[in-house]
Design a protein around this ligand. Structure first.
Ligand code: MG
Ligand code: MG
Length: 256
Protein backbone atom coordinates (compact mmCIF):
# COMPACT_ATOMS: atom_id res chain seq x y z
CA UNK A 1 0.00 0.00 0.00
CA UNK A 2 1.52 3.30 -1.10
CA UNK A 3 0.38 6.22 1.06
CA UNK A 4 -1.05 9.30 -0.64
CA UNK A 5 -0.21 12.41 1.39
CA UNK A 6 -2.60 15.25 2.07
CA UNK A 7 -1.75 18.82 1.08
CA UNK A 8 -1.09 19.54 4.76
CA UNK A 9 1.29 16.60 5.11
CA UNK A 10 3.15 17.65 1.98
CA UNK A 11 3.56 21.20 3.34
CA UNK A 12 5.03 19.84 6.59
CA UNK A 13 7.39 17.60 4.60
CA UNK A 14 8.40 20.66 2.56
CA UNK A 15 9.19 22.51 5.80
CA UNK A 16 11.25 19.54 7.00
CA UNK A 17 12.88 19.50 3.55
CA UNK A 18 13.89 23.15 3.80
CA UNK A 19 15.53 22.61 7.18
CA UNK A 20 17.28 19.57 5.72
CA UNK A 21 18.50 21.42 2.62
CA UNK A 22 19.83 24.23 4.82
CA UNK A 23 21.56 21.62 7.00
CA UNK A 24 23.31 20.06 4.01
CA UNK A 25 24.34 23.51 2.72
CA UNK A 26 25.82 24.32 6.13
CA UNK A 27 27.67 20.99 6.22
CA UNK A 28 28.97 21.66 2.69
CA UNK A 29 30.27 25.06 3.76
CA UNK A 30 32.21 23.42 6.61
CA UNK A 31 33.59 20.51 4.59
CA UNK A 32 37.35 21.00 4.18
CA UNK A 33 40.61 19.18 4.85
CA UNK A 34 41.26 18.66 8.58
CA UNK A 35 37.60 18.47 9.63
CA UNK A 36 36.37 15.19 11.14
CA UNK A 37 33.13 13.49 10.19
CA UNK A 38 32.09 13.79 13.87
CA UNK A 39 32.57 17.58 13.59
CA UNK A 40 30.18 17.66 10.62
CA UNK A 41 27.69 15.47 12.50
CA UNK A 42 27.70 17.82 15.50
CA UNK A 43 27.19 20.85 13.22
CA UNK A 44 24.20 19.16 11.56
CA UNK A 45 22.58 17.99 14.79
CA UNK A 46 22.90 21.39 16.48
CA UNK A 47 21.47 23.17 13.44
CA UNK A 48 18.47 20.82 13.06
CA UNK A 49 17.57 20.96 16.76
CA UNK A 50 17.65 24.78 16.67
CA UNK A 51 14.37 24.58 14.68
CA UNK A 52 11.30 24.19 16.88
CA UNK A 53 10.00 20.62 16.73
CA UNK A 54 12.63 19.36 14.26
CA UNK A 55 14.69 16.27 15.06
CA UNK A 56 17.30 14.26 13.13
CA UNK A 57 15.53 11.27 11.54
CA UNK A 58 18.55 8.96 11.55
CA UNK A 59 19.49 9.09 15.22
CA UNK A 60 18.08 5.87 16.70
CA UNK A 61 16.59 4.70 13.39
CA UNK A 62 17.46 0.99 13.36
CA UNK A 63 19.82 2.01 16.24
CA UNK A 64 22.00 4.20 13.99
CA UNK A 65 24.03 6.38 16.38
CA UNK A 66 24.29 9.71 14.54
CA UNK A 67 22.52 12.53 12.67
CA UNK A 68 24.49 12.09 9.43
CA UNK A 69 25.72 9.15 7.47
CA UNK A 70 29.19 10.16 6.28
CA UNK A 71 30.74 7.94 3.63
CA UNK A 72 34.19 8.72 2.23
CA UNK A 73 35.60 7.72 -1.19
CA UNK A 74 34.96 3.96 -1.69
CA UNK A 75 32.29 4.02 1.04
CA UNK A 76 28.88 4.13 -0.61
CA UNK A 77 26.44 4.82 2.24
CA UNK A 78 25.83 4.42 6.00
CA UNK A 79 29.29 5.49 7.21
CA UNK A 80 29.26 6.35 10.93
CA UNK A 81 30.70 9.78 11.86
CA UNK A 82 33.85 9.55 13.96
CA UNK A 83 36.36 12.01 15.46
CA UNK A 84 39.04 9.76 13.97
CA UNK A 85 37.86 10.15 10.36
CA UNK A 86 39.60 13.33 9.23
CA UNK A 87 38.85 14.65 5.75
CA UNK A 88 41.81 14.99 3.41
CA UNK A 89 42.34 17.07 0.31
CA UNK A 90 41.02 15.16 -2.71
CA UNK A 91 38.49 13.03 -0.80
CA UNK A 92 34.83 12.90 -1.74
CA UNK A 93 32.34 12.57 1.11
CA UNK A 94 28.73 11.53 0.81
CA UNK A 95 26.56 13.18 3.43
CA UNK A 96 23.10 11.70 3.97
CA UNK A 97 20.61 13.21 6.42
CA UNK A 98 16.96 13.13 7.41
CA UNK A 99 14.76 15.61 9.28
CA UNK A 100 11.53 14.81 11.13
CA UNK A 101 8.95 17.51 11.75
CA UNK A 102 5.52 16.85 13.27
CA UNK A 103 5.94 13.15 12.64
CA UNK A 104 6.81 13.53 8.93
CA UNK A 105 10.23 12.95 7.37
CA UNK A 106 12.38 14.34 4.57
CA UNK A 107 15.53 12.62 3.26
CA UNK A 108 18.38 14.03 1.16
CA UNK A 109 22.02 13.35 0.37
CA UNK A 110 24.88 15.04 -1.45
CA UNK A 111 28.40 14.00 -2.30
CA UNK A 112 30.90 16.79 -1.70
CA UNK A 113 34.45 17.32 -2.93
CA UNK A 114 37.02 18.00 -0.20
CA UNK A 115 39.26 20.73 -1.57
CA UNK A 116 40.36 19.95 -5.11
CA UNK A 117 39.43 16.48 -6.36
CA UNK A 118 40.52 14.51 -9.43
CA UNK A 119 38.74 15.14 -12.76
CA UNK A 120 37.52 11.52 -12.52
CA UNK A 121 35.88 12.19 -9.14
CA UNK A 122 34.35 15.44 -10.41
CA UNK A 123 32.80 13.61 -13.35
CA UNK A 124 31.42 10.85 -11.10
CA UNK A 125 29.72 13.47 -8.92
CA UNK A 126 28.28 15.26 -11.95
CA UNK A 127 26.97 12.06 -13.54
CA UNK A 128 25.34 10.95 -10.27
CA UNK A 129 23.68 14.33 -9.89
CA UNK A 130 22.51 14.13 -13.52
CA UNK A 131 21.14 10.64 -12.86
CA UNK A 132 19.16 11.95 -9.89
CA UNK A 133 17.79 14.78 -12.05
CA UNK A 134 16.74 12.26 -14.71
CA UNK A 135 15.02 10.12 -12.08
CA UNK A 136 13.14 13.12 -10.70
CA UNK A 137 12.05 14.17 -14.20
CA UNK A 138 10.57 10.69 -14.69
CA UNK A 139 8.60 10.88 -11.42
CA UNK A 140 5.40 12.04 -13.08
CA UNK A 141 1.79 11.02 -12.74
CA UNK A 142 1.05 7.91 -14.81
CA UNK A 143 4.68 6.80 -15.04
CA UNK A 144 5.76 3.76 -13.07
CA UNK A 145 8.52 3.16 -10.53
CA UNK A 146 10.40 1.33 -13.30
CA UNK A 147 10.49 4.53 -15.38
CA UNK A 148 12.36 6.29 -12.58
CA UNK A 149 14.91 3.49 -12.22
CA UNK A 150 15.31 3.24 -15.98
CA UNK A 151 16.01 6.97 -16.29
CA UNK A 152 18.65 6.80 -13.55
CA UNK A 153 20.31 3.68 -14.96
CA UNK A 154 20.51 5.10 -18.48
CA UNK A 155 22.46 8.18 -17.41
CA UNK A 156 24.81 6.14 -15.22
CA UNK A 157 25.57 3.35 -17.69
CA UNK A 158 25.98 5.69 -20.66
CA UNK A 159 28.73 7.38 -18.65
CA UNK A 160 30.43 4.00 -18.11
CA UNK A 161 29.63 3.74 -14.40
CA UNK A 162 27.54 1.22 -12.50
CA UNK A 163 24.44 1.38 -10.35
CA UNK A 164 24.31 -0.27 -6.93
CA UNK A 165 21.52 -2.88 -6.95
CA UNK A 166 21.17 -3.93 -3.33
CA UNK A 167 20.30 -0.47 -2.01
CA UNK A 168 17.28 1.43 -3.26
CA UNK A 169 15.22 4.59 -2.88
CA UNK A 170 11.88 4.47 -1.09
CA UNK A 171 8.59 6.05 -0.26
CA UNK A 172 8.80 8.40 2.71
CA UNK A 173 6.31 10.12 5.03
CA UNK A 174 5.14 9.20 8.52
CA UNK A 175 7.72 6.41 8.34
CA UNK A 176 11.22 7.07 7.07
CA UNK A 177 11.11 4.04 4.76
CA UNK A 178 7.75 3.35 3.14
CA UNK A 179 6.56 1.59 0.02
CA UNK A 180 7.40 1.57 -2.79
CA UNK A 181 11.03 0.58 -3.12
CA UNK A 182 12.66 2.59 -5.89
CA UNK A 183 15.57 0.72 -7.50
CA UNK A 184 18.08 2.75 -9.49
CA UNK A 185 17.59 0.42 -12.44
CA UNK A 186 14.51 -0.90 -14.13
CA UNK A 187 12.32 -1.20 -17.15
CA UNK A 188 9.85 1.42 -18.38
CA UNK A 189 6.18 0.81 -17.49
CA UNK A 190 7.07 -1.72 -14.78
CA UNK A 191 6.35 -1.55 -11.08
CA UNK A 192 3.75 0.50 -9.19
CA UNK A 193 2.13 3.41 -11.00
CA UNK A 194 2.94 6.89 -9.70
CA UNK A 195 0.04 9.00 -8.47
CA UNK A 196 -0.26 12.57 -7.20
CA UNK A 197 0.48 12.80 -3.47
CA UNK A 198 3.08 10.03 -3.43
CA UNK A 199 6.29 11.17 -1.73
CA UNK A 200 9.47 9.46 -2.84
CA UNK A 201 13.12 9.50 -1.85
CA UNK A 202 15.03 9.02 -5.11
CA UNK A 203 18.69 8.23 -4.47
CA UNK A 204 21.14 6.95 -7.05
CA UNK A 205 24.25 5.30 -5.63
CA UNK A 206 26.83 5.14 -8.40
CA UNK A 207 30.15 3.29 -8.47
CA UNK A 208 33.03 4.29 -10.70
CA UNK A 209 33.92 0.61 -11.05
CA UNK A 210 31.85 -2.53 -10.59
CA UNK A 211 28.41 -2.53 -8.96
CA UNK A 212 29.19 -5.07 -6.23
CA UNK A 213 29.18 -3.99 -2.59
CA UNK A 214 30.16 -5.32 0.82
CA UNK A 215 29.46 -4.25 4.39
CA UNK A 216 32.29 -3.53 6.85
CA UNK A 217 32.64 -5.16 10.28
CA UNK A 218 30.93 -2.17 11.91
CA UNK A 219 27.77 -3.68 10.34
CA UNK A 220 26.85 -0.29 8.84
CA UNK A 221 29.37 1.06 6.35
CA UNK A 222 28.70 -0.19 2.82
CA UNK A 223 31.72 -0.03 0.49
CA UNK A 224 32.44 -0.88 -3.14
CA UNK A 225 33.75 -4.45 -3.38
CA UNK A 226 36.45 -3.35 -5.84
CA UNK A 227 37.53 -0.30 -3.81
CA UNK A 228 36.42 2.16 -6.50
CA UNK A 229 34.95 5.59 -5.72
CA UNK A 230 31.23 5.92 -5.16
CA UNK A 231 28.79 8.84 -5.11
CA UNK A 232 25.26 9.31 -3.73
CA UNK A 233 22.74 12.09 -4.35
CA UNK A 234 19.18 12.10 -3.03
CA UNK A 235 16.08 14.26 -2.97
CA UNK A 236 12.63 13.82 -1.48
CA UNK A 237 10.06 14.48 -4.21
CA UNK A 238 6.26 14.65 -4.36
CA UNK A 239 4.40 13.55 -7.49
CA UNK A 240 1.96 16.29 -8.50
CA UNK A 241 -0.50 16.66 -11.38
CA UNK A 242 1.75 19.33 -12.91
CA UNK A 243 5.01 17.45 -12.42
CA UNK A 244 7.43 16.49 -9.66
CA UNK A 245 8.17 18.94 -6.85
CA UNK A 246 11.47 18.59 -5.02
CA UNK A 247 10.88 19.04 -1.28
CA UNK A 248 14.59 19.25 -0.43
CA UNK A 249 15.92 21.81 -2.97
CA UNK A 250 19.34 23.32 -2.33
CA UNK A 251 19.03 26.87 -1.00
CA UNK A 252 19.56 29.37 -3.82
CA UNK A 253 22.60 30.93 -2.17
CA UNK A 254 24.32 27.51 -1.98
CA UNK A 255 24.01 26.76 -5.68
CA UNK A 256 27.14 27.04 -7.75
MG1 MG B 1 19.04 9.49 2.64
MG1 MG C 1 16.71 7.57 1.48
Amino acid sequence: MIAIKSAREIEIMAQAGRILADTLALVASRTEPGVSTADLDAIAETFICRHLGATPSFKGLYDFPATLCTSINNEIVHGIPSPERILREGDVISVDCGVCLEGLHADSAVTLPVGTVSPEARRLLQVTQDALDAGITAAIQGNHVGDVGHAVQRVVERAGYSVVRELVGHGIGTSFHEEPQIPNYGKPRRGPRLMPGMTLAIEPMVNLGLPQIRTLDDKWTVVTADGSLSAHFEHTVVVQPDGPRVLTPAPVSAEA
